[in-house]
Design a protein around this ligand. Structure first.
Ligand code: SF4
Ligand code: SF4
Length: 310
């Protein structure tokens, strides 16, 4: 049985998502949770699923990662909000005590209303990427950014701006509303596939799109992580999907438009100038917003519960 870094000949993951719970207090149109009805995020009637990874399992996965020689970045979400789980601070402390870096993503709703928790996490968490989902003007965006910079002095803060830069992900509203270039489906998958993604029930996802774990890689509660990560099956899927037209070999990939862009297609001089002008306007003032130069198409819905769910 392969259970340490030395015993398997496949490059080790560079980061880990260890999802501690299934829930999120928001219901964003750009999120693949939106149309999920499989019982993983929402049930058939569209009600949110609320499940937690047991505390002893979270800790034993961290212990296993350490035993494998992993000392990289860990995040406690997958397709959920980690801060709605009251155990969050304890898990951050546990991971840090083992020498891991905590670099998490959050929608910020719990932190916004809990200055004391921000103080406790400041400097303990190495980096937060905070989703800004509610601004409607350039000034509003700057105000939100300034707020977060006062809350965190030691933790590095970055922001995700899906209202302006949306990834087209399956099961989201955006997937059905946005233009999708069919040529992308013939391109090799160029997403980073070097993160270990563990869902709240222990199942391993191949990539950010694979929330249903359709590739059947395995469950970390049943098999050693090294065995799952270093398996021939995992290697051959990655080999296949990263080749030209490789997306057609897998049902999920054959409908996936996640792509970082056609590098060889340089836009015309006119388009480059227009793009640059839009960018400058967007960065500098409210004019761009008023003229609709900023693309906010999908409004974000917020559930009534913005507090911790568990
Ligand atoms: S806050 Fe994040 S996880 Fe929650 S619905 Fe929005 S994008 Fe999805
Ligand atoms: S092409 Fe396949 S492996 Fe790549 S991101 Fe899309 S679903 Fe995942």
């Amino acid at each position: 049985m392969k259970n340490s870094k030395e015993e398997f000949n496949f490059e080790l993951f560079d980061s880990v998502e260890l999802e501690i719970n299934s829930a999120c207090n928001r219901d964003c149109g750009f999120c693949p949770r939106y149309y999920n009805r499989t019982g993983i995020r929402k049930d058939e009637a569209g009600n949110m699923v609320r499940k937690q990874m047991p505390t002893d399992k979270v800790k034993s996965v961290i212990d296993e990662l350490i035993a494998m020689g992993f000392r990289g970045k860990i995040r406690f979400h997958r397709l959920s909000e980690p801060l709605v789980d009251k155990r969050y601070l304890g898990f951050v402390k546990y991971a840090k005590s083992k020498g891991l870096l905590v670099t998490d993503h959050t929608n910020g709703d719990v932190l916004k209303n809990d200055a004391e928790l921000c103080k406790q996490l400041d400097g303990l968490v190495d980096e937060y990427k905070i989703g800004l989902y509610d601004y409607t003007t350039h000034k509003g965006k700057q105000k939100e950014i300034a707020f977060w910079k006062t809350q965190f002095k030691k933790t590095r803060i970055t922001f995700s701006l899906p209202l302006e830069y949306t990834n087209i992900r399956q099961d989201s509203k955006a997937y059905y509303k946005k233009y999708k270039n069919p040529k992308i489906l013939d391109q090799p998958c160029d997403t980073r596939l070097d993160a270990l993604l563990i869902r709240y029930d222990g199942e391993v996802s191949l990539c950010c799109q694979d929330d249903e774990c359709t590739f059947g890689l395995g469950n970390v509660f049943e098999k050693p992580i090294a065995e799952i990560w270093g398996s021939e099956k995992h290697k051959s899927i990655i080999d296949s999907v990263t080749k030209p037209e490789g997306r057609h070999n897998f049902e999920l990939c054959s409908k996936c438009y996640i792509f970082s862009g056609f590098q060889d297609e340089a836009p015309s001089f006119g388009k480059r100038i227009l793009r640059k002008a839009k960018y400058i306007l967007m960065k500098t003032n409210d004019f761009a917003w008023k003229k609709g130069l900023v693309n906010i198409r999908i409004k974000n819905a917020i559930n009534s519960e913005a507090e911790k769910i568990y």
